[in-house]
Design a protein around this ligand. Structure first.
Ligand code: FEO
Length: 165
């Protein structure tokens, strides 16, 4: 059973995950618009990841006898600059989400809600992975610098990202 504060906070996180999905969909569209189909694909897969994050929260609230409340999703930007800048924005966003997840864990602990503490551990681990992925790609983009062939090569690599399991 979720208490009111926890339910509200988890509902807020659904909204943040849906915004993440929307943000990466915008980045996918932007990548297509600057001729980087592999980047566009990578972000499309990320959209699926974010939808899973949101739906896990949705199911958890329902299964705990809570009430899901869907809120308005903020409009994401349309322009993201260079591929490197775009991934730096991605990393910054993921660091923000990591802070939100840690705040949720703190709240669940304060409310003595062990089920939710345990449920949230999956997100704590997931955020480590999300930030690692972004850092890896940023490192590659630093190597690419202004080299067009190297950027095409990286684009071809990102095109191979598999859908979430
Ligand atoms: Fe759902 Fe990318 O954090």
């Amino acid at each position: 059973m979720l208490n009111e504060r926890m339910e509200e906070a988890l509902n807020e996180q659904i909204n943040k995950e849906m915004y993440s999905s929307y943000l990466y969909l915008a980045m996918s569209a932007y990548s297509s618009s600057i001729g980087l189909p592999g980047f566009a694909h990578w972000f499309r897969v990320q959209v699926e990841e974010e939808n899973i994050h949101a739906m896990k929260l949705f199911d958890y609230i329902n299964n705990q006898g809570g009430r899901v409340k869907l809120k308005e999703i903020k409009e994401p930007p349309m322009e993201f600059g260079t591929p490197r800048s775009m991934f730096q924005q991605t990393l910054k966003h993921e660091q923000f989400v990591t802070r939100l997840i840690h705040e949720l864990v703190d709240l669940a602990r304060a409310e003595k809600d062990d089920n939710t503490v345990s449920f949230l551990q999956w997100y704590v681990d997931e955020q480590v992975e999300e930030e690692e992925n972004d850092n890896e790609i940023i490192a590659k983009l630093i190597d690419v610098d202004d080299n067009k062939d190297a950027l095409s090569e990286l684009d071809a690599k990102l095109a191979k990202r598999l859908p979430p399991k």
